[in-house]
Design a protein around this ligand. Structure first.
Ligand code: FES
Ligand code: FES
Length: 161
């Protein structure tokens, strides 16, 4: 099958590439663009390690094709830090020891940011429910919940300042 030309804005940079029509978005990010911070943890679309934002909303990038991102904006974990400053969610994960091996962390952070966009001040159950599609084998989730709530507080303080 012929290749298709796509233009995707990834982490604020436009990329135009010819891709195989069946290439997954996660493969495009990792193999064509070298964005290896977005991970592949399963082949059943249930681990969430590959989570990125498409036009600001989280998606599992192993569940969509690269050509479906044509004309859209993708943000990966590598596009979060600004001017050398960690995103508040990254800082909160660090501060709350919300990672051990770190494999789930990029996807977990992308999903958590989306969660706060929907629920700016989530209670524990809301955090757990919204992170259901992201699996962590190490932390038991307690510190992840804490990190998301810490980021929520930091963000609302920033808004109030
Ligand atoms: Fe596991 Fe995408 S790699 S959900
Ligand atoms: Fe190891 Fe989450 S920190 S899988």
């Amino acid at each position: 099958m012929g290749r298709t030309s796509i233009t995707v804005n990834v982490d604020k940079v436009d990329y135009t590439d010819d891709v195989e029509p069946r290439m997954l978005l996660v493969q495009y990010l990792r193999e064509s663009l070298g964005k290896t911070g977005t991970l592949i943890g399963c082949d059943t679309s249930n681990c969430g390690a590959c989570t990125v934002h498409l036009d600001g909303v989280s998606v599992k990038s192993c569940t969509m094709l690269a050509i479906q991102a044509d004309g859209h904006e993708v943000t990966t974990i590598e596009g979060l830090a600004q001017d050398g400053e960690l995103h508040p969610m990254q800082a909160a994960f660090h501060e709350c020891h919300a990672l051990q091996c770190g494999f789930c962390t990029p996807g977990m952070i992308m999903q958590s940011i989306d969660l706060l966009n929907e629920h700016p001040n989530p209670d524990e159950q809301t955090v757990r429910d919204n992170l259901e599609g992201n699996l962590c084998r190490c932390t038991g989730y307690q510190n992840i919940v804490k990190a998301v709530q810490t980021a929520a507080n930091a963000t609302s303080e920033e808004g109030a300042a």
